[in-house]
Design a protein around this ligand. Structure first.
Ligand code: ADP
Ligand code: MN
Ligand code: MN
Ligand code: MN
Length: 335
């Protein structure tokens, strides 16, 4: 029987790209997911006169929402003229870097934070006028008045499991309406592909509840935590010894601006030095330090091997770009 394939791609919206998708009916006799196209002039990826862009499937998984034989298909965007990667296709750049340093065995785990908003764009759990009680009881909280939106988390987590994504866990965050899920640990292409499909599923599921999912870095100004995408990473050498972990931190610390520029829009509003962040224009690393740019977890220091956590990437960061920057900086310094 024919089935539905939801083709998902990353658009050209600025300053932060959006996810788009459309449905293709795949007939019985078709054995590989075909290349497809879309109107790039409607997604800020082409002008009207040369509007065709190409969708090339790169990752597919069961569609946990439609069920049955239906699938989700993450695509990269190519130019119709020569089938080369579109300027918005950051996956292509990561693929090159990943292949160059594949021998170093870099793997990532990404903690995706996000904020649920009502249709008027105030956070879920905030009163119509004003603010809820100050931060404190919400992180990993339980009970009405402390936690909102759990029905969406439950549905999203099960959907990620049913789709076969590498979801690792979830938790309520420090600001009401803010949550986190983690994806990993895997090579940078896999972790980023899975993260994008997980983001799409979150938008799609929240749609049924009239809830907006925001990946804004600082959705509420003032004394409220921003939303990040802590990026945990290790090479094979880091998983074997502490020197490689320190060398990685030192290498990253030499390229502050180069990294921060690729860590997501409005990072200056989030990385202020307050709310468990380090200032965006300074670099520090330390064991257990949630006020450092890079944290080495205490267990890692104790075992003298493991991984490090770059706490700077925003919730709205592009994982293809973030993992490319870290892979390039860490692996080029080690080789
Ligand atoms: P915390 O909230 O304390 O910072 P989490 O439990 O939310 O930590 O996330 C830890 C992340 O670290 C997970 O995404 C996991 O995949 C990742 N991780 C664990 N070990 C490694 C490793 N050796 N290399 C890369 N990432 C790792
Ligand atoms: Mn976490
Ligand atoms: Mn968190
Ligand atoms: Mn973290």
């Amino acid at each position: 029987m024919a089935y539905q394939a939801e083709y998902i791609w990353i658009d050209g919206n600025e300053p932060t790209p959006l996810l788009r998708s459309k449905t293709k009916i795949i007939k019985d006799e078709v054995t590989t997911l075909p290349i497809w196209g879309f109107d790039g002039s409607s997604t800020n990826q082409a002008d009207g006169a040369h509007s065709d862009c190409v969708l090339k499937p790169i990752f597919s998984c069961p569609d946990p929402i439609r069920g049955g034989a239906n699938v989700l298909v993450l695509c990269e965007v190519l130019l119709a003229a020569d089938m080369k990667p579109h300027a918005t296709n950051t996956r292509a750049g990561l693929e090159k870097t990943y292949k160059k340093y594949a021998k170093q065995g870099m793997i990532f785990g990404i903690e995706q934070e996000y904020t649920m908003l009502k249709l008027d764009r105030t956070p879920l759990g905030f009163p119509d006028n004003g603010f809820p009680a100050a931060q404190g009881p919400y992180y990993c909280g339980v009970g009405a008045g402390r936690v909102v939106g759990r029905e969406i988390i439950e549905e999203h987590t099960q959907a990620c499991i049913d789709a076969g994504l590498l979801i690792e866990g979830t938790n309520a965050e420090v600001m009401p309406g803010q949550w986190e899920f983690q994806i990993g640990a895997a090579d940078p292409l896999t972790v980023s592909d899975h993260l994008y499909v997980a983001r799409w599923l979150l938008h799609r599921i929240a749609e049924d509840y009239d809830v907006i999912i925001s990946f804004d870095a600082k959705p509420v100004k003032g004394d409220w935590n921003g939303a990040g995408a802590h990026t945990n990473f290790s090479t094979a050498a880091m998983r074997e010894g502490y020197t490689a972990i320190e060398q990685a931190c030192v290498a990253i610390g030499k390229k502050i601006e180069h990294h921060v520029k690729g860590y997501g829009h409005d990072i200056e509003s989030r990385l202020t030095g307050n709310h468990e962040t380090a200032p965006y224009n300074k670099f520090s690393y330390g064991v257990s330090n949630r006020g450092a740019s890079i944290r080495i977890p205490w267990q890692v220091a104790k075992d003298a091997k493991g991984y490090a956590e770059d706490r700077r990437p925003n919730a709205n960061a592009d994982p293809y770009t973030v993992t490319r920057l870290i892979t390039d900086t860490v692996c080029s310094a080690a080789s």
